[in-house]
Structure formats: structure tokens, C-alpha cells
Design a protein around this ligand. Structure first.
Ligand code: GLY
Ligand code: MN
Length: 464
């Protein structure tokens, strides 16, 4: 937890940015996995954490913009709770630690919200993503389920995005920790890989490091020989010499700040010549994009820069052809690079995605592209000091997409389909780091995690 001042200052800023009515932040509750008492791993809502800091189920908070009062709603432990799950600091004590003086029973919240609605006071809430919270909003505010998202408060959303987009020094410290734990996870995977091991065995090692550091995973582990599937959560394959492993995983700290790194390495001790060629193009794209990061430039320009580097590189291998700028403008590169260059990261791995990607990643002057590939770019807006973002270009050979585009003769003036036959089982390469935008440039967070071909091969040949 940060100091009470940190949370108080954040709420004071919110009070200035949202005009009148009640601000309502619903924390997250425990959710049953296969029955009510056997729950999924608990994760507090990131907005609740940001403004109220208490990492505990069953809480909600209200800020009354008329009298400035702040109240946390939640029930103190009963003797039964203490017997079964043990005791912990009372909600009142925790509220004090985050600068909140008033705590009321959970049941009082419904009355407060309904009274506000009846008296015509606006109730500002954020787009809900958990069904239990949707049910509460629906019952208390009388808003149809399908309208809950569109009726969320725009001024509240914008006020939250404004604050959370700029990371403070103490947040950056947390993120350095998250990235360093994430880096240890990647090095362990690289060292641990071997012919005959399963993806699941490596996944277990990696998850253990995140949990062992006191936090947990920031998102489900992607670790697969089939790196061409962007978010591959299947870990059932046995690794074989000659394959590539793509690992995209990261830890969140005990305070819930996320790391999000990707590395790709060979199951053999060395890359094949063909793997090296593709890997080096992705590495060039990643490093050259990072090199130019600074405030004032739209992140979409870096996405397009990566697309050009990838197109040039693939032209050099005879897989693409034609004019690079024209190919990228048409979107031909997206056969190989069908996702965005990166996203904001913070308390969420895709930071504030619950609030709406266009609020977080776009602006009045920079709107989301509708073109396949670039449309998936989560962050397009002009960079500002204090942003923390990921840079994660990739090249993938997705047989189903290749077959589809080939059958449509799509971009045949830019793609050499016949040359792709020998890449159908290549998989994919992605390389990802987390970068802070500073006043004059940028800083890559965390200790370096091997990524040059030479350094990755060095780790792969390590005999523990
Ligand atoms: N780490 C997965 C992603 O950025 O989508
Ligand atoms: Mn990412």
C-alpha cells in the first residue's frame, strides 16, 4: 500500500475532474469456481486499488461530490470468518491507512445509491465487467444490462484515464519490480527448456516464480511451440529439437502492478539459420522502435515503423515484394504481424482496458484505424512523459490465414505466397519489453533480459 497521502491526493484530483453527484467504485468480490466456497484467485478491481488501495473482497466506495465525503462500504469479519479464514486488519483500520474516515456496512450502499438516484443526483460509475457488479448496478440504478456499459460516466472514465496514464515515481518503482520478477521467469523458462519436456512443465516453473515473489501472474501464461497463435494458452505439447518456444508472461507485484515480457528461444541450444533470419527482423523492429520513443510522437507511428521494418526484412527473404510504404499502407504486412505494437501497462497488463480502449489509447486527433492488423493497436495516441507501455512486434506464420489470403489472391503484388510453403510449421517470434516515457526520451524498465541471438543462445547452453 502507498501512503494515505497518495490515495487522498488521487481522490482529491478526481473530485476536481468529475463535476457533481456521487462517484461509485465497486470493488471485486470472490467468485466461485465450481461452487461458491471454492473460489477463483481473488483479484481486486484496479480502479478501486488506485483510489482506495485496499486489496480485499467485498468492498465498495462512494465519494459524494457535494460535501466531499468519502465512504468505504464493507462488513467487518464475523467470528465464523475468523475461525475459517483467520483474522486480518479491520476495514476501519485499513480505511485509515488510505485516508478514509468513514466505513459503513455493505448493506447501506444500496440505500445510498438508490437515494441518490431518487433525488436526481448523477451516479458516476465505470463500465462494469463482472456479472455480480452488473447485477447490483442493474438493480440499484434500474439500467438494463445491455445498457450498463454505454451509460457508464464518461467524465469519470476520462478523469480516471487522465490520472492512471501517468505513472508516479512510486508506481514506476513497483513496475520495475514487476518487470524484474517477469525477467526471472523468462530466464528460468529459457534455462529449463529441453527436448522431451512439456510446455506445461515450463509453465509450472514460471508460475511458481511469480507466486514465490509474493504476487501472482499478471495474466494467463502464453508459452508454446505454436507461437503463431497469439494468445496460446494450451500447454500440452512435448518440446522437440528444432522448435521455437514463444513465452509471453509476466508477474504482478503484491501491490498488483504488472510486468509483460515476451521472449522467443529455440528448444535446441542454437537457432537454425532460418529462425535467426526471422528472429533478427523482429529484434530490429523492437529495438529500433524503442530507440525512438519520446513524448510528442503518436505511438501509431512506431507501430507503422515496426510494420515497415518487418516488411523490408521479409522482402529481403523473398517472402514479400513491392514498395514497402505501399505494402504497409495497404496492410499487407498484417499477414505476418496481425496485432498492435503495444499497449499501456500499469495496474492492469492492458492498462485500463475495462474503461474502453479508445479512451485510453486514442484521442480526438488520433482515431483507431479500421484496417486489419492496425485496428488491433491498443495505443495509437501521442506519447506523454509518465506513460508506461509495451513494445512487442512479432512475425507469425499462421497457416489458416495464409491459406485464406492466398485463396482470395489478397495482396498478391506484395506477398510471395509460393515462398511461404516452407514456413508453414515455423510458428512465430515475438519480443516484448516494457518502457517508460520520460521527459526527453524513454527508459526500458527492469534489468535486461537476454534477447540478442548470441545472448539467448548463451542462456540456452547454460548447464545448471
Ligand atoms: N501479454 C499479452 C498481450 O499483451 O496481449
Ligand atoms: Mn503485451
Amino acid at each position: 500500500m502507498f501512503s494515505a497521502d497518495t490515495y487522498t491526493n488521487r481522490r482529491n484530483q478526481l473530485k476536481k475532474d468529475v463535476e457533481k453527484g456521487l462517484i461509485l467504485i465497486l470493488g471485486n468480490n470472490d467468485v466461485g469456481m465450481n461452487y461458491a466456497g471454492n473460489t477463483f484467485r481473488y483479484r481486486q478491481d484496479s480502479n478501486f486499488l488506485y483510489f482506495f488501495g485496499i486489496d480485499q473482497a467485498g468492498l465498495a466506495a462512494v465519494i459524494d461530490l457535494e460535501d466531499g465525503s468519502e465512504t468505504i462500504f464493507g462488513d467487518e469479519l464475523t467470528i465464523d470468518d475468523v475461525i475459517w479464514v483467520g483474522t486480518h486488519t479491520s476495514i476501519s483500520e485499513m480505511a485509515e491507512k488510505v485516508g478514509v474516515k468513514q466505513v459503513k456496512p455493505a448493506a447501506d450502499l444500496e440505500k445510498v445509491v438508490k437515494a441518490a438516484k431518487q433525488s436526481g443526483k448523477p451516479v458516476h460509475y465505470l463500465p462494469p465487467y463482472r456479472d455480480d457488479n452488473k447485477i447490483k448496478l442493474h438493480q440499484w440504478l434500474g439500467i438494463a444490462f445491455e445498457d450498463l456499459k454505454s451509460q457508464a460516466s464518461e467524465s469519470f472514465i476520462k478523469a480516471v484515464v487522465k490520472q492512471r496514464s501517468h505513472k508516479s515515481a512510486e508506481e514506476i518503482q513497483q513496475m520495475e519490480v514487476a518487470v524484474n520478477v517477469s525477467g526471472s521467469m523468462h530466464i528460468a523458462a529459457m534455462i529449463g527448456a529441453a527436448e522431451g519436456k512439456t510446455e506445461a512443465q515450463l509453465t509450472g516453473i514460471v508460475q511458481g516464480i511469480a507466486v514465490g515473489a509474493g504476487g501472482d501472474l499478471a495474466y494467463p501464461i502464453i508459452l508454446s511451440k505454436d507461437g503463431q497463435t497469439l494468445h496460446n494458452h494450451y500447454h500440452g505439447n512435448v518440446l522437440k529439437e528444432g522448435q521455437l518456444v514463444l513465452g509471453d508472461f509476466g508477474a504482478e507485484t503484491p501491490m498488483r502492478y504488472a510486468g509483460d515480457l515476451t521472449r522467443t528461444f529455440p528448444v535446441s541450444k542454437t537457432f537454425t539459420a532460418k529462425q535467426k533470419e526471422i528472429y533478427q527482423i523482429v529484434l530490429d523492429a523492437e529495438m529500433q522502435c524503442i530507440e525512438g520513443l519520446k513524448p510528442g510522437i503518436p505511438y501509431r507511428e512506431f507501430h507503422l515503423k515496426a510494420a515497415r521494418i518487418i516488411t523490408e526484412g521479409l522482402k529481403g527473404l523473398g517472402l514479400m515484394k513491392g514498395d514497402t510504404d505501399e505494402a504497409v499502407a495497404a496492410g499487407a504486412h498484417a499477414l505476418f504481424f496481425p496485432h498492435g505494437l503495444g499497449h499501456m501497462i500499469g495496474l492492469d497488463v492492458h492498462d485500463m482496458e475495462d474503461l474502453g480502449e479508445n479512451y485510453v489509447g486514442y484521442s480526438d486527433s488520433i482515431k483507431r484505424s479500421e484496417q486489419f492488423g492496425t485496428a488491433f493497436l491498443r495505443l495509437g495516441r501521442e506519447l506523454e512523459a509518465g506513460f508506461v507501455l509495451t513494445v512487442e512486434p512479432g512475425i507469425y506464420f499462421i497457416p489458416e490465414l495464409i491459406d485464406l489470403w492466398k485463396s482470395e489472391n489478397k495482396f498478391e503484388n506484395f506477398i510471395n505466397y509460393s515462398a511461404l510453403d516452407s514456413y508453414r510449421d515455423f510458428g512465430g517470434v515475438r519480443i516484448e519489453d516494457n518502457v517508460l516515457i520520460t521527459e526527453n526520451g524513454h527508459k526500458v524498465l527492469g534489468n535486461p533480459v537476454p534477447k540478442s541471438i548470441e545472448d539467448v543462445e548463451k542462456v540456452r547452453s547454460y548447464q545448471g
